[in-house]
Design a protein around this ligand. Structure first.
Ligand code: KIV
Ligand code: ZN
Length: 522
């Protein structure tokens, strides 16, 4: 692996964006992505200007290893990071996965708070301190860019934290990341903590200080910005704020806060903010984690003005109620795209305009579905195309594929589903009765692909307005403590439901392979 240490750059106010959507984000319950999906997201992150992409935790599973390895081969301008606990095995595995990267980083961590050391690690502070020196030294032998994190850093005693940080830097860590692992800190404390490290750790100027905040009290972004004000120059974050429990600090909120409030926070990032909406939508479609309508920056209502007073003000001067433009985050008004007479060339051009560069086969598949949709829906909007692309292109590696569905339903008579799925290399058929058409559809799927997963969530939303709108369905399945979300889109709600259920099952097949790494032993 060829690599140079992450430079702090000449611009003292440049903030490095370290995206951990594919690692910490993927650790959210119900969120798992297959290789192709991770590659798509990594490619988009690189294109939008993310500085460091944490692509996974290579020791966690063969799937994680492969994802980090493939992303390392593909990504050219961003740095690719892999996570490792403070063990030789973890670090070797991360080093191996990152070998093809043009710019690689091993991110190694160990808990340092009294609570974690005593109960989770069952290690004395001196042993933890030695593990830090050993792990960072070992990582530096494999990679010249090493990041070190004291897990539960914000609840760590200051004297011990300073000692650990100093030793990690001495052992070769170029980035010191301070995690608020349980989302407990408040902004003034975070500011004071980073200032304390800058004042007390003698060699702190040899490393970039980073911040990594969870959102348990809804303060992830506020804490991250407080850390930047105190001197942190790397922020760890995720698209849409996905992550363990209440999630991580949301990248789009941090980036737009810095951009919009240059007067009080004169810091810059390399993010092309116009790609934020696309990244948010791709992640939602991939994970099935839809964004709440009032979510800052990327929620459906984030730029909507309902009240008369607001609308009146907006018409007179948009700045009366708009502190940033929808265009600055890549939000364009719903545009009528085309109808059933639109040709393939215009279709491909439109996809490019929406940010999709598809290969020949993908265009073929999406165009076929577009024509089919145009036969049933008069007006087709950008949102329809985005839903179609997400639904079609993200399914390429699926082991189970939807083929066809015929439903008999109504107020009298049994509700039946006749279904065809491609599974294990052949088209299989099933007919099932159920309590309503959705139940019958899901029963038919279970007849072809037997499993023990239980349905946790079934949600339908219309992609656009109008009774002929496409339905986008989310299905959440749970099997032995593992949850997955599937999504499907179609002008027929039942077909969308079948696609979503099949998508969730495909994810379950991937997730079955993955085991959670234990706390750790150094
Ligand atoms: O939240 C946390 O402590 C982490 C570390 C592994 C950085 O994700
Ligand atoms: Zn975390």
């Amino acid at each position: 692996m060829t690599s140079t240490p992450q430079s702090t750059g000449t611009d003292a106010n440049r903030v490095i964006i370290f995206d951990t959507t594919l690692r910490d984000g993927e650790q959210s319950p119900g969120c798992s992505m297959n290789l192709e999906e991770k590659i798509q997201i990594a490619t988009l992150l690189e294109e939008m200007g993310v500085d460091v992409i944490e692509a996974g935790f290579p020791i966690a599973s063969n799937g994680d290893f492969e994802a980090v390895n493939e992303i390392a081969k593909l990504i050219k301008t961003a740095r690719v990071a892999g996570l490792a606990r403070a063990t030789t095995r973890d670090i070797d595995r991360a080093g191996e996965a990152l070998k093809p990267a043009q710019q690689a980083r091993i991110h190694t961590f160990i808990s340092t708070s009294p609570l974690h050391m005593k109960f989770k690690l069952q290690m004395e502070p001196d042993a933890v301190h030695q593990a830090i020196i050993d792990s960072v030294t070992h990582a530096r032998n494999l990679c010249d860019d090493v990041e070190w994190s004291p897990e539960d850093g914000t609840r760590t005693e200051h004297d011990f934290l300073c000692r650990c940080v100093e030793s990690a830097i001495k052992a070769g860590a170029g980035t010191i990341n301070i995690p608020d692992t349980v989302g407990y800190a408040v902004p003034q404390e975070t500011h004071a903590l980073i200032s304390m490290l800058k004042n007390r750790v003698p060699n702190i100027d040899k490393a970039v200080i980073s911040i990594h905040c969870h959102n348990d009290l809804g303060l992830g972004v506020a804490n991250s910005l407080a850390a930047v004000s105190a001197g942190a120059r790397q922020v760890e974050c995720t698209i849409n704020g996905i992550g363990e429990r209440a999630g991580n600090a949301a990248m789009e909120e941090i980036v737009m806060a810095l951009r919009t409030r240059q007067d009080s926070m004169p810091y810059t990032t390399g993010i092309k903010t116009e790609m934020i909406t696309r990244a948010s939508r791709l992640l939602s479609a991939t994970t099935g984690f839809t964004v709440q309508p009032n979510k800052a920056i990327v929620g459906a209502n984030a730029f909507a003005h309902e009240s008369g007073i607001h609308q009146d003000g907006m018409l007179k001067n948009a700045q009366t109620y708009e502190i940033m433009t929808p265009e600055s985050v890549g939000l364009t008004r719903s545009k009528l795209v085309m109808g059933k007479h639109s040709g393939r060339h215009a279709f491909v051009e439109k996809l490019k305009e929406l940010g999709f560069e598809l290969n020949h086969n993908e265009v073929q598949d999406v165009f076929q579905r577009f024509k089919d949709l145009a036969d049933h829906k008069k007006d087709i909007y950008d949102e329809d195309l985005v839903a179609l692309v997400d639904d079609t292109v993200l399914r390429h590696n699926d082991q189970i594929r939807f083929v066809s569905l015929r439903i008999t339903c109504g107020s009298s008579g049994p509700q039946t589903a006749e279904l065809e799925l491609e599974f294990e290399g052949e088209v299989k058929r099933a007919r099932a009765e159920g309590n309503g058409p959705v139940d019958a559809t899901f029963m038919a799927i279970s007849a072809i692909v037997p499993h023990n997963a239980t349905l946790q969530l079934y949600q339908v939303h219309a992609v656009t307005g109008g009774t002929d709108a496409q339905a986008e369905v989310t299905v959440r399945l749970e099997e032995q403590g593992k949850t997955v979300n599937g999504q499907g889109a179609d002008y027929d709600t039942l077909v969308a439901s079948a696609r979503a259920y099949v998508n969730a099952l495909n994810k379950l097949l991937v997730k079955r392979e993955k085991t959670a790494p234990s706390a750790m032993s150094a």
